[in-house]
Design a protein around this ligand. Structure first.
Ligand code: NAP
Length: 322
């Protein structure tokens, strides 16, 4: 039997990180999984459960010197970041440390919709800055983008039976609602990633792994059918989004670099990208040079959005961040 591939995950307790850890543990004969945890979070129940399931939990201060992090990464084959852009500095340190430790593949925290590298949205540009750092070190990498989560695509119900984290979600019909965009069940991300990180064809490449393509019109109609409720379309126009984007850019230009300002600008730019520009499609992914995970791994069955709607409505699962 070939030796296990040693994978270290930063951000393992988060939504994307949990999807990744669960998928790696599902083929535990293949992977040895280490969670890189900031000391502050070591006591969290999720890490106790991970340890019980065979994850090696290691305390790491990513805010510290890269040399110390590199020592912790000694012997690791693949490093995956599932942190957010609020941990940009920590991720830059992780990249440097992964290089120093000689890891054979680094997966930065992209996991977003399809988007050209520069000139469309700030969050993407910040992620590209991380990739620039990766490339400046000739660190082997794979970019994984996934489309927009099912979990952030449904509006709340008037009855109150389903609540969602609205500030992170596309709970308004953007423009006329007819733009198709690629969506993913975030629980599927790990399934794809577990295949991608052992595939030599994906080294130093971008891979797009989405589940289904929907328009918001169709999403809202199906959500109405599943729930039997009339759904609030709460539309937002192109002009309104552009106004929010210019306010957000002005706030940031005046030095407001806090998470609230970033969220306001970021969500408006996501809505513009998804519903107005229409970047997030498999066709645009091909144009931008992504490999398509559906073609690479046709045996992987993506979860359907209709099933997700049913499971959410019947209470089998909860909306994320709630
Ligand atoms: N495509 C989409 O629709 C979509 C939607 C949302 C997010 N995303 C992307 O997915 C990626 C992950 O986001 P997420 O929402 O899954 O993350 P999340 O749930 O917010 O989790 C963030 C993780 O980062 C860890 N963390 C925070 N501060 C840290 C520090 N100083 N040192 C080490 N770890 C730290 C947290 O760990 P502890 O707090 O336990 O320490 C947690 O595990 C991002 O790139 C984001 O842009 C995509």
């Amino acid at each position: 039997m070939s030796p296990k591939i040693r994978v270290a995950v930063a951000g393992a307790s988060g939504v994307t990180g949990s999807s990744v850890v669960n998928a790696l543990l599902a083929t535990r004969e293949r992977f040895e999984v280490t969670a890189l945890v900031r000391p502050l979070s070591l006591g969290k129940q999720v890490f106790v459960e991970y340890a019980q399931r065979g994850v090696v939990v290691k305390a790491v201060e990513l805010d510290g010197p890269a040399g110390a992090v590199a020592q912790i990464l000694a012997g690791v084959d693949v490093v995956i970041s599932c942190m957010t852009l609020l941990q940009m500095k920590e991720e830059m340190t992780l990249v440097t440390a992964a290089h120093e430790a000689g890891v054979s593949r680094y997966v930065p925290s992209f996991f977003g919709p399809v988007c050209p590298p520069r000139g469309v949205m700030l969050a993407r540009e910040m992620k590209e800055n991380i990739l620039d750092h990766v490339k400046s070190l000739y660190l082997p990498y794979t970019i994984i983008d996934v489309g927009w989560w099912y979990q952030l695509s449904l509006p709340p119900l008037r009855s109150g039976k389903v609540r969602v984290k609205e500030e992170y979600s596309t709970t308004q019909i953007v423009g006329d609602g007819t733009n198709p965009w690629a969506l993913v069940d975030n629980r599927d991300i790990g399934k794809y990633l577990a295949r991608i990180i052992v595939d030599p064809e994906t080294l130093n490449k971008q891979v797009f792994c989405y589940s289904e393509v929907w328009t918001q019109d169709d999403v809202y109609e199906s959500w109405g059918v599943v729930t039997g409720e009339s759904i609030n379309r709460n539309p937002i126009s192109k002009e309104e989004i552009l106004q929010i984007i210019s306010e957000g850019e002005a706030d940031m230009a005046h030095g407001d670099l806090g998470s609230a300002a970033m969220l306001k600008l970021g969500m408006a730019q996501y809505k513009y990208l998804l519903g107005i520009r229409g970047d997030d499609t498999p066709e645009h992914a091909k144009y931008l040079g992504y490999l398509d995970a559906k073609e690479l791994y046709p045996d992987i069955v993506a979860s359907s959005f209709k099933n997700y709607m049913n499971d959410l409505f019947t209470g089998c699962i909860k909306a994320p961040y709630t």
